[in-house]
Design a binder for this molecule. Structure first.
Ligand SMILES: C[S@@+](CC[C@H](N)C(=O)[O-])C[C@H]1O[C@@H](n2cnc3c(N)ncnc32)[C@H](O)[C@@H]1O
Length: 288
């Protein structure tokens, strides 16, 4: 998925190159440009008011492919500049930059070094190497969405659970029997710490992928992962839903919604609502 630069640096201890493209104007072609950059190994993107930042690991950078692409899209920007980011202790920087996030009027997310907030749901996440703090649009979209349902006694599958933020919020909203599945064992160690610090007790953390989802049906399935992983793992999600289950998907750009919508239709599923924040999408999906 297209993740934020600091989160990327925490995941991979590498030297990175940043390219800053100064827009002529922000239009939808920029999303296509981003996708093409992603196809030549760019891993993170951040948009500012007047420019796009695109990041690539120095090891993976191909000057030839980059030149071809910048030529193809040169009508989109006035100029670009290259900035080098040698490896440093980004985790420290990320942690020291971690600002409290307000999900909504009832819920905030903070690290344990912050003072408690006065929100009813004062969630503590110490992310270490993991994704899921509420700083990314997709996590915020997912977390906010949870407040639109009556979750009391509902079962949850949190697929690609990262810090376990969505599982923790779900439990605070009354959910029980929460399975949090995450491919990365280190990330799960962090999830367990977050679960403990938030005094959650309904969350079963599983290291694995789609094939490791317990063989049962859930009331809600939460998936915040990139488009291709959603599609790759989709048959496993299908096994886990009943006719009245709600599937909440995010982790992709709004420009991907059409593609995903066609894919869902083939499985007799339809999008009943959608949300967007800064070009990132969230879809609420049910059976026809
Ligand atoms: C974008 S993060 C979402 C984290 C958190 N759920 C949130 O909403 O912020 C996606 C997570 O899925 C994990 N992941 C990627 N592919 C996976 C797979 N096939 N099966 C399980 N987890 C996967 C990644 O390691 C990452 O922690």
């Amino acid at each position: 998925m297209l993740i934020h630069f600091l989160q990327l640096l925490i995941l991979f201890n590498l030297d990175y190159l940043e390219f800053r493209f100064f827009y002529k104007e922000r239009n939808l072609l920029i999303d296509i440009f981003i996708q093409e950059l992603a196809a030549i190994e760019f891993e993170a993107f951040e948009e500012e008011k007047e420019f796009l930042k695109a990041f690539v690991a120095k090891n993976n950078f191909s000057e030839t492919k980059f030149q071809l692409l910048t030529l193809k899209y040169k009508h989109l920007y006035n100029s670009y500049k290259e900035i080098s980011h040698p490896f440093q202790n980004w985790n420290k920087k990320w942690e020291s930059n971690f600002e409290i996030i307000n999900i909504n009027q009832f819920c905030s997310v903070r690290a344990s070094f912050h003072l408690p907030t006065n929100k009813k749901y004062d969630i503590i996440i110490n992310p270490k190497m993991s994704f899921g703090t509420g700083h990314h649009e997709t996590t915020r979209l997912m977390a906010k969405e949870l407040f639109n349902y009556e979750l009391s006694n509902k079962s949850i599958l949190d697929f690609g659970s990262g810090t376990a933020i969505l599982s923790i919020i779900s439990e605070k909203l009354g959910a029980i029997n929460i399975d949090a599945i995450e491919i990365d064992e280190q990330v799960n160690k962090n999830a367990l710490e977050n679960i403990k610090i938030n005094k959650a007790s309904q969350i079963n953390v599983i290291t694995g992928t789609g094939k490791d989802i317990p063989n049962k049906k859930y009331d809600f399935i939460l998936v915040n992962i990139n488009r291709n992983t959603i599609i790759k793992e989709f048959n496993y999600f299908l096994n886990s839903i009943r006719s009245d289950s709600v599937l909440i998907l995010s982790g992709f750009l709004y420009s991907d919604v059409n593609y995903i919508s066609k894919f869902l239709k083939k499985h007799n599923l339809k999008i009943i609502n959608s949300k967007m924040e800064n070009n990132w999408a969230l879809l609420i999906v049910k059976f026809f």
